[in-house]
Every structure is written in structure tokens, then in C-alpha cells.
Design a protein around this ligand. Structure first.
Ligand SMILES: Cc1cc2nc3c(=O)[nH]c(=O)nc-3n(C[C@H](O)[C@H](O)[C@H](O)COP(=O)(O)OP(=O)(O)OC[C@H]3O[C@@H](n4cnc5c(N)ncnc54)[C@H](O)[C@@H]3O)c2cc1C
Length: 394
């Protein structure tokens, strides 16, 4: 059995950001990752200023900013008649207010930046093919048993092992995520293959009744990231088979031809079910706590899941540094700082999803309410998200 100060189960964006934040506070950290390598799927991710601020703080900005794209606006379009019903400014006025930029980046570039920083850090040990199988908390020490028969012990354990977290099962009991019946297909294509360049410099979304298509450029503008989402009628009917490419095409049947044509950009070989969990008020047990999707998985409609994981990491490291000899107290203090903020993200994302996917009169009302608003007028509504955690947490 090998000893370390802190064990982290899971080496995704949450686990690696936590490892770096803790190591920077002087802790010895071991990350146990189930997969054979530290990697991410080959698609894009959006980062609000609450997250780009954190990347800067941990010295990742030079790497990240070379491949990131900094969109000038977030544009909301009607998928049926192509009307622009809202536009949020992400340019100079946004930067003046939120101090840090809005960025979109390839997930592998983002994870790669955290990974490289962790690999360079003398207090971080990164281990792959180490799937956490069970946990024993001895009070002064936590023991983790891995699927390959190896075991590790530490003063405490952080479960950053995602939506289906085994650490969460240990902490709060086993339960399944909430399955929404909405599925996502993704696609990344070279920018040269894009036939409509009207919105090249923006993050855009085409929204219709139970469908949407989000698009933005990645890798310094070389490729276009596409995410097509739809509510599956077969799932709603309780059928065992749902979410086929044929269903995707059928759901976009009522979309504008311009939107339908862009389904060509989507890769049909894989899809993802959209899932989240109801917020919980406690995700700590003894010397074990949760972080990121393991604690508060959210739907993607606010583009904040990974951003929340980064914030968790900063706060967790700060609280452990305050009482390094009592991880249980530190974990309670950390979750107290995080529960309401992350619950607000989870619940607001659900509600916003309904607005985005509205049909009939609800859609007309949405377009009418937002239409004509000045692009800077949304700053007030998004302030609570993008201002991020207090400066004192760093
Ligand atoms: C369609 C979609 C779009 C999204 N867009 C955005 C966006 O624009 N912006 C944003 O901020 N967020 C976005 N998100 C959310 C974001 O992807 C997640 O919130 C984030 O990746 C969570 O990171 P995590 O490290 O907590 O979990 P994960 O990324 O799931 O990482 C968990 C890690 O734990 C490992 N693991 C699992 N089981 C074990 C085990 N037994 N032992 C050890 N390791 C284990 C896994 O292999 C994995 O590496 C989106 C999500 C979806 C589905």
C-alpha cells in the first residue's frame, strides 16, 4: 500500500485542476485515473470569465490562449425562421465588466494544459488504469482499493470521478442520474468546409421546439465545433431504442433549410444522453468529499459544468490549507461555500433549457421578450455566474 497526503479519484478536468490547486498549496497529491490515459473527447468547450480567470491564476494562460478562440458575441437564433432573438456582447464591454475573457477551446487542448502543469509539478503523482473500486475510512487515514488489486492510503480522498462517481456512491449512497431524454450529437469540421460564414466570430445557437444546434470555432479558428441536441420522442414514449440518427433528422425536419443543411457537420457514430442530478446539501462523509460532476452534475445549457469544477478546486484547496490537519472540517467548509452556488447553476440550467427549447406560444413569447434588447443589457442577468468566486479564495 502506497501513502500520499491526498488521493484524488478521477483525472478529468475536475481531478487535474484539483491536483494542481492542492499541490500549489503545498500538499502531496496522487491522482488515480481509471482510463489508460488522461484524455478528453475531441470536441469543444466554452469557458466563462469565472473559469478563464482560474486558468490565468494557475499559469495555464499562455498555453490555453494560443489555441482558444475569443468570440465577440453569443448569438441566439430561431431555428425555424432564423430570426436573431438575442445577442450577448462578449467583446470590450464584457471584458471591462468581467475582467477576464469568454473563451472556447478544444477539450483536449484544455485538459492537455492542466495535464502538462500537473506532470511538471513535483508534488503530483499521476497514475492511470487505477479505477477506484472501494473505500475504507479509518478516521486518521482513508484507504482506496483499485480494480487491479492495488491499494493506496492517504489522509483524505477527493472523488472527482464524474457523473457515475463510485466515490459518490460511498458518500451519499447509490442512485442513478436524472435522464432527460435529450441527446447530443457532435461534430468538428475544418472551417473550409463550412458554407455559411455569417457568424464565424461568435458562439451561436439555433433553437427550436425540443431541438438546438450550437456552433463555434476552435483551434484559432481552424475548425468549427457543432453540437446538435434533441428531445427524443422514442424516449418519451418509453421505447427501449431511442436517439438514432433518423430521430435526429426527423426532429430537425421543421427547422429552417439553412439549419437542416448544417446537420451535415454532425458525426453520427456516437451520441450522449443529457443527464444531471438534483442538488444535494451534503457531499462529504468523514475524510472523503466530492468535486465537479461527482458532486453536482449539470445540464450544459449555461456551459458551466467544467467551470464549476475549476471553482470547486480553488475553494477546496483554500479550505484544506486553512486546516490541513482536519480534512473533515475543511471539506465541510468547502461544501458550505459551494452547495448553493452549484445548485443554482444546476437548477437555472434546467429552467434555461426549457426557454431554449420552447415551442408554440412559449417560443413566440420568448422571442418577443428578448427581441431588441441591447447586447450589453444581459450583463446584469449573467453577473452572478461570471463574477465567479470571491478573490479571497485564491
Ligand atoms: C454536451 C455537453 C456540453 C458541455 N459543455 C460545457 C461547456 O461548454 N462548459 C463547461 O464548463 N462545461 C460543459 N459541460 C460539462 C463538462 O463537460 C463537465 O462538467 C466536466 O467535464 C466535468 O468534469 P469532471 O472532471 O468533474 O468529470 P469527468 O470529466 O467526467 O471526469 C471524471 C474522470 O473520472 C474518471 N473515473 C471514472 N470512474 C472512475 C473510477 N472508478 N476510478 C478512477 N477514475 C474514474 C473518468 O475516466 C474521468 O477521467 C458540457 C457537458 C456536456 C454533456
Amino acid at each position: 500500500m502506497k501513502d500520499t497526503q491526498i488521493l484524488i479519484s478521477g483525472g478529468g478536468l475536475g481531478g487535474l485542476s484539483a491536483a494542481l490547486a492542492l499541490a500549489e498549496r503545498g500538499f502531496e497529491v496522487t491522482v488515480l485515473e481509471k482510463a489508460a490515459e488522461f484524455t478528453e473527447i475531441g470536441y469543444g468547450i466554452q469557458l466563462g470569465p469565472n473559469a478563464t480567470r482560474i486558468l490565468k491564476r494557475y499559469g495555464l494562460w499562455d498555453t490555453v490562449s494560443t489555441s482558444a478562440v475569443f468570440p465577440e458575441a453569443m448569438v441566439f437564433l430561431d431555428a425555424i425562421d432564423t430570426e436573431e432573438w438575442a445577442r450577448v456582447n462578449l467583446n470590450d464591454a464584457f471584458l471591462a465588466r468581467f475582467k477576464h475573457p469568454y473563451a472556447v477551446i478544444h477539450r483536449r487542448d484544455l485538459l492537455g494544459a492542466w495535464l502538462a502543469a500537473c506532470e511538471r509539478h513535483p508534488r503530483i503523482q499521476l497514475l492511470t488504469s487505477k479505477g477506484l473500486a472501494s473505500i475504507t475510512d479509518h478516521g486518521t487515514m482513508v484507504e482506496v482499493h483499485c480494480e487491479d488489486g492495488s491499494s493506496f492510503s492517504a489522509r483524505c480522498l477527493i472523488g472527482a470521478d464524474g457523473l457515475l462517481s463510485p466515490t459518490r456512491d460511498y458518500v451519499v449512497g447509490t442512485s442513478q442520474p436524472r435522464v432527460t431524454g435529450f441527446l447530443a450529437y457532435r461534430g468538428v469540421i475544418p472551417i473550409g468546409k463550412v458554407f455559411d460564414h455569417t457568424y464565424d466570430r461568435s458562439v451561436i445557437g439555433w433553437f427550436g421546439h425540443n431541438i438546438h444546434l450550437v456552433q463555434y470555432a476552435l483551434r484559432a479558428g481552424d475548425v468549427l465545433n457543432n453540437v446538435a441536441v434533441f428531445g427524443s420522442p422514442a424516449f418519451a414514449r418509453g421505447e427501449a431504442e431511442y436517439g438514432s440518427p433518423a430521430e435526429l433528422t426527423a426532429m430537425f425536419e421543421h427547422a429552417h433549410p439553412r439549419v437542416r443543411a448544417m446537420l451535415e457537420y454532425i458525426s453520427l457514430d456516437r451520441h450522449w444522453m443529457m443527464r444531471d442530478r438534483d442538488p444535494i446539501g451534503n457531499w462529504t462523509k468523514g475524510n472523503v468529499t466530492l468535486l465537479g460532476d461527482a458532486a453536482h452534475p449539470t445540464l450544459q445549457y449555461l456551459a458551466q459544468g467544467a467551470c464549476m469544477a475549476f471553482e470547486d478546486s480553488v475553494v477546496l484547496a483554500a479550505r484544506l490549507a486553512e486546516c490541513p490537519n482536519d480534512p473533515h472540517q475543511a471539506f465541510l467548509s468547502y461544501q458550505k461555500a459551494r452547495v448553493l452556488r452549484t445548485a443554482r447553476i444546476v437548477l437555472t440550467a434546467r429552467a434555461f433549457g426549457q426557454v431554449l427549447h420552447a415551442g408554440g406560444v412559449a417560443r413566440d413569447l420568448r422571442n418577443d421578450l428578448y427581441r431588441g434588447r441591447a447586447p450589453d443589457s444581459f450583463f446584469h442577468e449573467i453577473d452572478w455566474i461570471y463574477r465567479g468566486i470571491p478573490e479571497t479564495e485564491f
